[in-house]
Design a protein around this ligand. Structure first.
Ligand SMILES: [Zn+2]
Length: 340
């Protein structure tokens, strides 16, 4: 029997979907009312589709964090990105752009393993975007590993900092932003550029617009939209106010929420001191997320089981917030994703 457990809210209240039920569902069943699709487990992890983004979250505070995001870039091509690399999960190996939020082991210690796995799969070296303070130590580790390994691997360490513009294949680019943690840290905001017909030309057909374009008229506007943000480890200060205003306008915001209750005196002040976010801060400030379409909480403390997380969030969060809320954690070596 699969150990994967999913939860959803029904008219009858909270319902736990037992593993035995999962086995009878179609390969890609829709579980949530928000239109998100959670896939069946692939290995120990599973994927959620929110809008046009496929997300594989694998994060536990202090242990390992890696969030894989896959996007279509046309002609059946996909862009695979990884945010943090504390665990080189199977789905992360296809990622050739890896964004590192900070130098704590649970967020970056699997970069070399990721590079080595890609090398064995005959993939080109990935680009690892990281703070300048991390590059030399990572190069040294790579040199040492390549000395003892029969199969040396390559890695492209790329220094980045807040407000850089990192161009990616297709219509996407990433802008790092400042976050607040115990060591130098940053989050990442993914943008998409699309073309939109100018309002004054909206009444024309496609072929008429084509004719106008051929005559040299500018019928399209370029629209840049904030699609997804990943905060990595940070205090709530990252949102009040955000150093990059688009942070609170993204379609999908993936943020840490290390603590969810006050057991063992883990209150908001102590959480802040440790450089993290408490669920109570998110609830108290829920109004600031009004423009965010989907809010995914990750990076829960290892002390919480998947059921604790689901029931606490479900009990404490107001209905309006729950309408856009997801949580993802790792429990018993498997991912558990919930919508509310
Ligand atoms: Zn950290």
């Amino acid at each position: 029997m699969s150990a994967v457990t999913l939860y959803r809210r029904s008219r009858m209240g909270v319902m736990r979907l037992l593993p035995v039920i999962l086995r009878t569902l179609s390969k890609r069943a829709q579980y949530s009312t928000q239109g998100a699709i959670i896939s069946n487990p692939r290995g120990r992890s599973r994927q959620i589709r929110i809008g046009d983004m496929d997300i594989v979250p694998w994060t536990t505070a202090g242990m390992e964090s890696c969030v894989v995001v896959s996007l279509s870039i046309g002609q059946s091509k996909k862009l695979h990105l990884a945010f943090d690399m504390g665990y080189a999960c199977q789905q992360s190996v296809k990622c050739n752009h890896v964004f590192i939020s900070h130098g704590h082991m649970d967020h970056c210690s699997a970069m070399h393993q990721h590079a080595s796995k890609r090398s064995l799969m005959r993939n080109s070296p990935a680009k690892y975007y990281l703070g300048s303070e991390l590059v030399r130590p990572m190069e040294t580790i790579q040199e040492n590993l390549n000395q003892i390994s029969e199969f040396p691997f390559q890695a492209d360490w790329t220094v980045t900092k807040p407000n850089d513009v990192i161009q990616l294949p297709g219509p996407y680019h990433v802008v790092p932003f400042k976050t607040f943690h115990r060591v130098p840290s940053m989050g990442f905001l993914l943008y998409k550029t699309t073309s939109e017909v100018k309002e004054e030309f909206s009444k024309y057909s496609r072929s008429e617009l084509k004719q106008m374009e051929l005559r040299g008229e500018q019928v399209y506007n370029e629209v840049v939209s904030p699609e997804l943000a990943y905060t990595g480890d940070t205090t709530f200060e990252v949102f009040t106010p955000p150093s990059i205003p688009d942070l609170l306008k993204v379609k999908v915001l993936i943020t840490e929420c290390t603590y969810i209750n006050t057991v063992k005196n883990i209150n908001e002040a102590l959480t802040r001191e440790r450089g993290h976010i408490h669920l109570h801060e998110i609830i108290r400030n829920q109004h600031i997320f009004s423009d965010v379409q989907a809010l995914m909480l990750v990076h829960f403390s290892e002390r919480y089981k998947a059921e604790n997380i689901f029931h606490t969030i479900n009990k404490l969060c107001p209905t309006e917030l729950k309408g856009k809320l997801y949580s993802a954690c790792v429990d018993k070596e498997e991912t558990h994703i919930a919508s509310y």
